[in-house]
Design a protein around this ligand. Sequence first.
Ligand SMILES: *[C@@H]1O[C@H](CO)[C@@H](O)[C@H](O)[C@H]1NC(C)=O
Ligand SMILES: *[C@@H]1O[C@H](CO)[C@@H](O)[C@H](O)[C@H]1NC(C)=O
Ligand SMILES: *[C@@H]1O[C@H](CO)[C@@H](O)[C@H](O)[C@H]1NC(C)=O
Ligand SMILES: *[C@@H]1O[C@H](CO)[C@@H](O)[C@H](O)[C@H]1NC(C)=O
Ligand SMILES: *[C@@H]1O[C@H](CO)[C@@H](O)[C@H](O)[C@H]1NC(C)=O
Length: 573
Amino acid sequence: MDAPVLLILWALGTSLIAADPATSAEKPTEEPVPCSNGCTCLTEYYSIDLGVYCSSRNLTQVPSDIPSSTHSLWLDGNLFPSLPAGAFSHLSSLHFLNLQRGPLCVLDAQVFRGLRALAHLHLERNSIRTLPAAVFQNTPNLASLSLHNNQLARIEERLFAGLSNMWLLNLGWNSLSVLPDALFQDLHGLRELVLAGNRLAYLQPQLFQGLTELKELDLTGNVLKVIKANVFLKLSKLQKLYLAQNQITTMVPRAFFGMKSLRWLDLTNNRLSVIHEETFLGLHSLHVLRLSNNSIASLRAGTFRDLQNLEELRLSHNKIAVLGEWIFDGLGHLEMLELDHNQVHSARMGTFSGLSHVAVINLSRSCFLSLPDHVFRGLSKLHSLHLDKGCLTKITTQAFTGLSGLRRLFLQDNNISVVERQSFSDLQGLQQLDLRFNKISTLCSNTFYGLKNLDYLLLSNNQLRQLPSDALLPLRYLNLKDNMLSSLPAAIPDHMDKLWLSGNRWKCDCSARALREYCIRKPQACPRQVETLAEGDEPHTVVTVYNNITCSSPTSLAGQDLRDVDSTHFKNC
Ligand SMILES: *[C@@H]1O[C@H](CO)[C@@H](O)[C@H](O)[C@H]1NC(C)=O
Ligand SMILES: *[C@@H]1O[C@H](CO)[C@@H](O)[C@H](O)[C@H]1NC(C)=O
Ligand SMILES: *[C@@H]1O[C@H](CO)[C@@H](O)[C@H](O)[C@H]1NC(C)=O
Ligand SMILES: *[C@@H]1O[C@H](CO)[C@@H](O)[C@H](O)[C@H]1NC(C)=O
Ligand SMILES: *[C@@H]1O[C@H](CO)[C@@H](O)[C@H](O)[C@H]1NC(C)=O
C-alpha cells in the first residue's frame, strides 16, 4: 500500500474512532460480500466501492454471478474470443472495466448495454479488428478509453459520437491509415490523444478541429510525409506534440500556427531537409524543439526568432556543414544546443550571438580545422563545450575569448598538434580540460595561463616529450599516460590527488629523484594500480588499470619501475 492510501486510512480511522470508539476497533479491512465464483471481491473500508478481480483466470465467458453493485471489474488476461450483447447489462454501477490482454476480436454492438456509469474502459492488447459504429453509444460517460495494441485498420466516423466527457483516448499501435474527417468532432473535453504506431500518411485540416481542450497529441511512428497548413490551428491549449519517427519531408510555412501553448515539439527521426524560416512562427511558449536525425543541410537566419522561451534545441545527426550568422537569433533563453554529428566545418563570428543563457553546446563530431576567432564571444553562461571527435588541428589564441563561465571543455579525439600560447587565458572558471587522443608534442609555458581553477587536465595519448612547469600548478588530477615523456618538472604540487604516468619513457637518473620521492611518499596520488569499472561494452566488469613508471634509461634500470629503483642510485644526486 502506498503512502497516500495509508494517510487516507489513518485519517478515516481516527475520525471513526472519534465518532464511535466502541465499534471502530473491530472493523475488518474486507467486508464479506457475495462474490462471483473464482473471483476475488474487495471492499476497502475507506471506500464503499466494490472491486471484483477476475484477472488471468482462463475465463472464456464473463461470469454471470458478478454482484450488481460492482464498481470496478478486472477481467484482463482471460480467453474471451468475443463478447455477446448485454454481457454486463446488470452492472449499472460499473465505473471501471478492464478487458485488456486477451484474444478479443469481435465485439457485439450492444456488448456494453446498460453501462451508463462506465468511465474507464480498457480494451488494449487484444486482437480487435473492427468496432461496430454504435458500440460506445451505451457508455455516454466514458472518460478514458484505451484501444492501443489492437489490429484496427479502420474506424467508423460515428464511433466516438457524443462522448463529450472523454479526456483520454489511446488508439496507438493499430493499423490505422486513414481517419474519418469528423471522427473526433464531439470530443470537446479530450486532453490526451494517442495515435502513435499507426500507418497514418495524411492529416486532414478538419481532423483535430473540435479538440479545443487537447493538451497532448502523440503521432510518433506513423508515415506522415507532409505537414499541411491549418492542421493544428485550433489546438490552442496543446502543450506537447510528438511527430518523431515519421517520414516528414515538408512542413508548410506557419505549419504550427495557432498553438499558443505548445511547450514541446518533437520532430526527431524524420526526413526534413529544408526548414522554411516561417515554420515555427507563433510558437511563443515552446520550451523544447527536437529536430535530430533529419537531413537538414542548412539553417536560415531568423528560423527560430519567435521561440524566445525555447530552452532546448536538438539538431544532432543532420547535415549542417555551415553555421551562418544569426541563425540562432531570438533564442535568448536557450540553455542547451545540440549540434553533434553534423560535420560542421565552418561558422561565423556571429553564429551564436544572442544565446546569452546557453549552458551546453554540443559540437561533437564536427569538422572544423580550427575555430574562427571569437566565435563563442558573448556566451558568458556557457559551462560545457563539446568539441570532441572532430578535425581540429590547432587551437588558436582567439578561439575561446569571452567564455569566462566555462567549466568543462572537451577537445579529445581531434588532430590537434598546436596549442597557441595563452589560448585558454579567458577561461578563469575552467575546471576540466580534456585533450586526450590528439597529436600534441610540445606545450610552451603560458599554454595554460589564466586557468586558475583547473582541476582536471587530461593529456593522455599525445606525443608529449616535455611538460611546462606551470602546467601543474593548480591541478588535482593529471593524466599523462601514453606520451613520450622522460621527465617531469621538478615541483609536483602537494595537493595533487591523482597522477597517471604509465606508457612513457622515463629517464631514471637524478632528474627523476623528486618524482620517485613524491610517489613513494604519496602512494594514493601515484597508485601502482587501480581497480575500476570497465567502460564501453562490458560496463559491469572490474578491470585493473596499471600506473607503472617504467624506466627506459639508463640501460641498467630499463624495465624497472621507478618506485622499485634502490635509493642508492640517487645518493650522489
Ligand atoms: C490457465 O491455463 C494455463 C495453460 O493451460 C495454465 O498453465 C494455468 O495454470 C491456467 N491458469 C489458471 C488460473 O487456471
Ligand atoms: C535515424 O533515423 C533512422 C530512421 O528514421 C533510424 O533507423 C536511425 O537509427 C536513426 N539514427 C539515430 C542516430 O537515431
Ligand atoms: C554530446 O554529444 C556526444 C556525442 O553524440 C554525446 O556522447 C554527449 O553525451 C553529448 N553531450 C551532451 C551534454 O549532450
Ligand atoms: C588527422 O591527420 C592525419 C594526418 O596527420 C590525417 O591522415 C587524418 O585524416 C586526420 N584525421 C582527421 C579526423 O582529420
Ligand atoms: C605494470 O606492472 C605490472 C606489475 O606490477 C605488470 O603485471 C604489468 O604487465 C605492467 N604493465 C605494463 C603495461 O607495463
